[in-house]
Design a protein around this ligand. Sequence first.
Ligand code: NIG
Ligand code: FE
Length: 421
Amino acid sequence: MENGFAQGRLLIKDIGHLVGFAETPLERMAGWDMRSMPVLENAWLAVEDGRVVDGGAMADFPGIADWNGLEVLDAPGRCILPAWVDSHTHLVHAASREGEFVDRIRGLSYQEIAARGGGILNSARALREMPEDELYAVSLARMERLMRMGTGAIEIKSGYGLDLESELKMLRVARRLGALGRIPVKTTFLGCHAVPEGWSDAMSYTEYMVREVLPAVVAEGLADHVDIFCEEGYFGLEETRLLLEQAHLRGLPAKVHVNQFKASGGVALCVEQGAMSVDHLEVLRAEDVAELANSETLPVALPLCSLFLDLPFTPGRTLVDAGCALAIATDFNPGSAPSGNMHLAAALGCMRMGLEPMEAIAASTVNGAAALGLASEVGGLGVGQEASLIMTRPLRSVDEALYAFGDPLAERVLLRGHWLD
Ligand code: NIG
Ligand code: FE
């Protein structure tokens, strides 16, 4: 597939609703602007060599001058949506943890399971044992499943290695997935995800990560960002500050797990440190919202985690009303969100976070791309952007795409100009 982009020309016409087309790439959308994602009724879209080159209303369709090598597709009644951008996943992991799922049904909490050596440490044991090629194979199968659901770009974190060798192994696997060129893959070094067995405290483990692992990750060019699980019982504000400062010196911006179970002042610290995003935010105070509204740091909600662990949902309505550029991602991981279904995540944005459908779509596409620094490439279908899109089954309106939340949405998926089977 070489550079990953399809060669050739494609015209999609008679589109019921075309979402996200513009003359230039869409930028991050903040506050009520999230409702103004462009929508054209009865429209056309032209693609060349895997990128959007033109589009508009059928009333202004110029006709086809050159039929040579052109694929033409009619999409009556369908919506064309930009492919989802999933800006927060732990897609590279060794194995599922359905045993803990059953333990929770029987009454244990996520934290109680972790305290017994389950949770992240359970995944770390399995990951350390798995050879790199096998880890790559199971991860690729997961990525392909996400692509079939219409995900056109992802972020992948490390954080189940928790030592030098295994963290590097995870990140190499993530880089190999990106090198396939199927979709853009951004990687995040999350060595400070949990304190593994054999360490007495979070600070001495963080110092080891900063001293030994971070430099190796950077030297091999394995990460685009750094992350830490800033949470009571995991890593505190001091560890977070140390890691973010050291990563910044080495050129890595931060995307941080914060306020999942407790509000700790982590949001203010991340804003002060210029983090790209703060993710989770199930527990958010008024002062945290104000900090975010006055910053470039994007809030990222992970509603599948709230659903699966029965946590509060991130107050999306409040964040958008305050003027934030909210993003939605899946958090796909074996412990707190064993699903990479962006359609369901976006629909939960409406059903549990108070977002209007167009806001939830903007959060799951354009703002997801912004949360990865990829807004010029993906997230919208502006001229020059990647031709990665979902063609829905026939729908009466764009709103119906999220209203019909449990049904398969995509009739066909195009990624970088390639139709998936
Ligand atoms: O984002 N909260 C921290 N990390 C993951 C869960 C990791 C796990 O349980 O394996 C999350 O929810
Ligand atoms: Fe996560």
